[in-house]
Ligand binder design. Sequence first.
Ligand code: AGP
Length: 626
Amino acid sequence: MCGIVGYIGTQAATDILLAGLEKLEYRGYDSAGIATVWEGEVNCVRAKGKLHNLRSKLEQIETPAQIGIGHTRWATHGKPEEYNAHPHMDTAKRVAVVQNGIIENYRELREELKGKGHQFVSETDTEVIPHLIAEFLKNLPPSSSSSPLLEAIRQAVNRLHGAFALAVISADYPDELIVVRQQAPLVIGFGQGELFCASDTPAIVSYTRAVLPLENGEIARLTPLGVEIYNFAGDRLKKQPRLLNFNPAMVEKQGFKHFMLKEIHEQPGVVRASLEAYFNPAESTESPINLGLPADLYTDLEQIQIVACGTSWHAALIGKYLLEQLAGISTQVHYASEYRYAASPVTANTLIIGVTQSGETADTLAALAMEKERRQGKEPKYQARLLGITNRPESSLGHLVPHIISTLAGIEIGVAATKTFTAQLMAFYALALDLAARRQTVSKDILEKIINGLRQIPKEIEATLESQERLTEQLAHEFAETKDFIFVGRGINFPIALEGALKLKEISYIHAEGYPAGEMKHGPIALLDAKVPVVAIAIPGSVYEKVISNAQEAKARDSRLIGVTPVKDGEAGEIFNDLLPVSDVEELLSPILTVVPLQLLAYHIAARRGLDVDQPRNLAKSVTVE
Ligand code: AGP
């Protein structure tokens, strides 16, 4: 996903913009650029590849400009080449724009503007914006507005269809930075005599914790005198900044080589924070869980539909298992990108859950928006049955659905989701147990036993991290050049096999697939030979023996077997060539543990291959395009 930064104040803008872009690198990008206004000109510098390429270009032409915008681009329209990098300018090079999102009607606008003499130099959708602004500026009646730049931009954005967060500067209005938000996040930061804007708070938090996230349909004018906010109709809005409870250290590596490794190690703390937040009701007698959700969200529930993507979809599969096995509610899980075009029949007693750590994934937001639309005009209870599970409650998701369960992972910088996945699992344990308590589908004793088991998990994760770090690093040496990996699991650990495969493929670029262990003999076993290792998750419980026999079948095809299991002797000791031992916990709770060695294995293999673990190629931290 692209990253936007902007600055207007009393300091030199260039270094502040570069530092902000560095804090947004985790979003994934393939080119970058900065534009500033100095001595009546727009000074625009762009570079393909990583930020150090841009930095070295800037060092040769640095100016003391005190206003500017910056951008890291994740290519959607047009190759990741310098000529497509942002900022983009109008023909006269008087207006510079950076954008996150997609302009869906850019082709018609481009043709219209070309017809008016505007010359285009890129393949991007974004480039229509500076030309459109210049066109409106040219046609504004003199003194028709106290800020012609603001008015021209307001008129321009009313012509745009799609999702766009913008930051705009102009050589003719050197004291104004204009920002716009429509379906893509943008936040304003309030410093001492200086103002910031960014796609996400990590780019701002080093300078200020006073922030104001813009909402959809809002446009703001930042000047040395302060901030004015308007809607797209031009009406002035009154809004107050709020203080972020954000620790700048959270966006530092703190001695770890990569953010991903740091975030894997933060998981015990994430589980503790979740236990503290969800499992400490005030004086509730009906349920030992406190999710802050209204009771009528639960009454008469007949079914649950969950929409999500990627790792969040894997968390949703575990949520399904928990909601069905503990609360007895039929639950379906859908890829959000598919659900949008084949929505399930729902009733007033259907709860729709959207799971997205970023709260900005376009497919998930679109599926939820469709569900919200379907409910328009229906009874209030029906409309209320939309729930989001997200790590960013201030995101677009937070504005879209009436109810949110905030996961408590803290900012996750690594593109590969790790601690946010664990946080999502904790939210699903809490939701399933809450529903089970209210529907009395599980006795108080069993509830208490499960919750006590969860309270042991943080220290079990710590023990697993302690024992696995070296083991997985050693294994990584042997598998760094492997071409194919198979992960298998059954029951509540089948989604963990999927997650282990996704982690490996997305950061090491090694082909990996996850399967239900029982499915191997229905085709995939044909893939197996000595060159294809198999990771099997074998946890004592309802399916342990079956997984062991599936592992036997794989071993008979000469695959090297890696076992994620607490069992060290007997069959497990004989079958598995390598063991990734985990603590012996209840099968129901085991996914929070079994995912950890798979995260570490993927991490160490990718690190061994010398790859960019925190920003894997082609990936973005949240995918705001469809
Ligand atoms: C997970 O490691 C991937 N980065 C990706 O699959 C991610 O889970 C997916 O894009 C969904 O993101 P979200 O949770 O922010 O919606």
